[in-house]
Design a protein around this ligand. Structure first.
Ligand code: S3P
Length: 441
């Protein structure tokens, strides 16, 4: 019998402040896309600042299994991707393992469904095998795609039989960049144009990057919700610079705001407006931060952010179109709400229930152990500011963003805490614990 991997475990003392400068690792969403678009372009794509974490490594190893040569993904190394062209992926000899990464599985479905006469099987870890894939399989079927799996194709293991696809007009029921990007990828190889209509704008890294690679893509409608791909244009290899991930920066933004005497400068943070919802919440609560050194790099806006401790924070409200712009920041914002003066409301957040874990339940369960006052609803949370948390025995429940939120909560708490599964952070931020150690004084 295979023995189970031992779970990581850390003890975190409370107290101290966070001071200094930190450069967060490359944006996870942009890293996946740089690898995938590079793989189907013509020529050698060179990626600077690619996130060297488990999720993009899953994408790279799936692409390698289909004949794409990708140089090793190490810290601070340029990554080179030798593109095989729009229809050049090879049928793999083995199952494609997407690990913990929903983005890998969903984007690959869109990429592979139009690879005619080739067959693919995709699996993931136990968390990914519980995440719904029908939201991608269903629109791809409208384009003639064949995706099968457990529960009528909703759960991995999934199999894809590549087909000649046809363009379609596809309305997506939720604002999901993973769903949208899968459709855009399938559209590149379809016969005729494809239009995706989103209920509200999800992150637009695919659209920006596809334009850079030379795809024929048009954005129209209010807030860029209609995206049309006209097939026929080959993608051309690019030089890509990946900005720092605002979803990783979020931990330092909230930590410095909550922890007395803290002062952190976060360098090179991606400031794409479809991702900066957290900065709007920081404004709502009266946090003290400043953005400077702003510029555009490879089609994405970036800047540095300086943030210092603030007391007397106001409660906040998140709902509607703001939600997709900060979807991954809800765990750390729930912690922030525990230190606001009054009641904060997080609504329209049911998507959180189908992330790496059910994040509404997991963050509530863990912070309540520390004395938080959080009421869970089907689609959100009501958080009463308590201004004080107790040390506790905590568990990331395998979720990277929960692990990092609990690390910050443990420092603020009045007594030492332990975190089981602390190294889940390496899914998106491999150097998180080292950066924390360095910033702590
Ligand atoms: C991602 C999109 C978001 C986000 C995820 C990464 C992407 O998911 O939560 O971490 O790279 O496209 P949805 O598109 O499903 O909302």
């Amino acid at each position: 019998m295979l023995s189970k991997e031992p779970k990581s475990f850390r003890t975190i003392t409370s107290g101290g402040k966070l001071i200094g400068t930190v450069k967060v690792p490359g944006d996870k969403s942009i890293s996946h896309r740089a690898l995938i678009f590079g793989a189907i372009a013509e020529g050698e794509t060179v990626i600077k600042g690619l996130l060297p974490a488990e999720d993009p490594i899953s994408t790279a190893s799936c692409l390698r299994a289909m004949g794409v040569r990708i140089s090793p993904i190490d810290n601070n190394q340029m990554v080179k991707v030798e593109g095989v062209g729009l229809d050049g992926l090879r049928e793999p000899d083995a199952i494609l393992n997407c690990g913990n990464s929903g983005t890998t599985m969903r984007l690959l479905l869109g990429l592979l469904v139009g690879c005619k006469n080739r067959h693919f099987v995709l699996i993931g870890d136990s968390s990914l095998q519980r995440r719904p894939m029908q939201r991608v399989g269903q629109p791809l079927r409208l384009m003639g795609g064949k995706v099968n799996g457990r529960s009528n194709g909703n759960f991995a293991p999934l199999s894809v039989s590549g087909q000649q696809l046809h363009g379609a007009v596809v309305g997506t029921p939720v604002a999901s960049a993973q769903v949208k990007s899968a459709i855009l990828l399938a559209a590149l190889n379809a016969e005729g144009s494809t239009k995706v209509i989103e209920p509200s704008s999800s992150r637009d890294h695919s659209e920006r990057m596809l334009k850079g690679f030379g795809a024929n893509i048009e954005i129209s409608g209010e807030l860029g919700r209609h995206i049309t791909v006209n097939p026929g244009a080959n993608l051309k290899a690019q030089q890509i610079v990946v900005p720092g991930d605002i979803s990783s920066a979020a931990f330092w933004l909230v930590a410095a705001t909550l922890i007395p005497n803290s002062n952190i400068t976060i360098e090179n943070v991606g400031l794409n407006p479809t991702r900066t919802g957290i900065l709007e919440v920081m404004k709502q609560i009266g946090a003290n931060y400043k953005i400077f050194n702003t510029k555009d790099i490879a089609g994405e806006p970036i800047g540095d952010i300086k943030v210092v401790h603030t007391s007397n924070l106001k409660p906040f409200k998140i709902d509607g179109e703001l939600m997709p712009r900060l979807i991954d920041e809800i765990p750390i914002l729930t912690l922030a709400a525990c230190f606001c003066d009054g009641v904060s409301h997080i609504n329209d957040a049911s998507e959180l229930r189908i992330k790496e874990t059910d994040r509404l339940t997991v963050i509530t369960r863990q912070l309540i152990k520390m004395g938080a006052n959080i009421i869970e609803h089907p689609d959100g949370l009501t958080v009463h500011g308590v201004h004080k948390l107790n040390g506790a025995s905590l568990d990331s429940e395998t979720d990277h963003r929960i692990a990092m939120t609990l690390a910050i909560a443990s420092i603020i708490a009045n007594h030492e805490s332990t975190i089981t599964g602390s190294d889940a952070s390496s899914v998106s931020y491999p150097a998180f614990w080292e950066d924390l150690e360095r910033l702590r004084t």
